[in-house]
Design a protein around this ligand. Structure first.
Ligand SMILES: [Zn+2]
Length: 247
């Protein structure tokens, strides 16, 4: 396919980001219209750059997301930082009608993350370290797969998008930092340092999944043993933006 074109990214405040998206009809996945949308979402995500993108972020209210992480997104992360975040190569992946449940031992981890639809900010969000995802791929074939580490964070962030949620609904509000402040003060430092200085508690997700229309209710709890600095840039983080993502 020739240049599929880059789409404008919808920013928070637009209702399309706050309405649960419509399910994708499996038969539509093979249509030229949806195939072109997927190609455009991929191009838009790569240009941003980001590690994930949901269709509502380009103004299309359907349950379709794309994912991709890899070395070109890791910026200046040290090997230790990358391993702490469990960031590994994630080939380009399409998920239609994705749903997930916690997997593994139910562990949760807290990292800084950001969103292409919330430019200029980043904040700490607790996410499941591993999730089992059920969805359809771009061919309409069933997907039943466990994602862990950073890939699991990306999936949870994108599934939130198709449910009308933003990371702002889950963020430790006192952790919110501008990209500049994050790069200057918190990049490469333990999340606990930001928590102590800014006055927020590292938290865990609610034990019961929130409804599609609800917000998560985070319960305060002890600092996460595994909490490490990280940043999801839309949809996944690619690191201190000031350093790696000049715009
Ligand atoms: Zn996002």
């Amino acid at each position: 396919m020739s240049d599929p074109g880059i789409l404008p990214i919808v920013e928070c405040g637009d209702p399309v980001l706050r309405r649960p998206a419509e399910p994708v009809d499996p038969s539509d996945l093979r249509t030229s219209e949806v195939r072109l949308l997927i190609a455009r979402m991929r191009a838009t995500m790569e240009a941003a750059p980001g590690v994930g993108l949901a269709a509502p972020q380009v103004g299309v209210p359907i349950r379709l997301v794309v994912l991709r992480d890899g070395p070109e997104r890791w910026g200046q992360l040290t090997e230790d930082e990358r391993m702490a975040r469990e960031r590994y190569d994630l080939p380009f992946t399409v998920l239609a009608n994705p749903a997930f449940q916690p997997a593994g031992d139910g562990e949760q981890v807290s990292f800084y993350e950001g969103c292409l639809s919330v430019p200029g900010l980043t904040g700490v969000v607790a996410r499941h370290r591993a999730v089992r995802v059920e969805a359809l791929d771009e061919h309409g074939e069933p997907v039943d797969r466990v994602f862990s580490g950073w890939a699991a964070r990306i999936v949870q962030h994108e599934v939130d998008h198709v449910r009308g949620r933003l990371y702002l609904d889950r963020v430790e509000s006192r952790s919110l930092s501008t990209i500049g402040s994050y790069a200057r003060l918190w990049a490469g430092r333990p999340t606990e340092d930001a928590a102590a200085s800014l006055g927020f508690a590292l938290s865990r997700l609610a034990a019961q999944p929130a409804t599609d229309h609800g917000q998560s209710s985070a319960a305060i709890f002890r600092p996460r043993r595994r909490a490490v600095p990280g940043r999801l840039r839309d949809d996944h983080p690619a690191g201190p933006p000031g350093k790696r993502h000049p715009r």
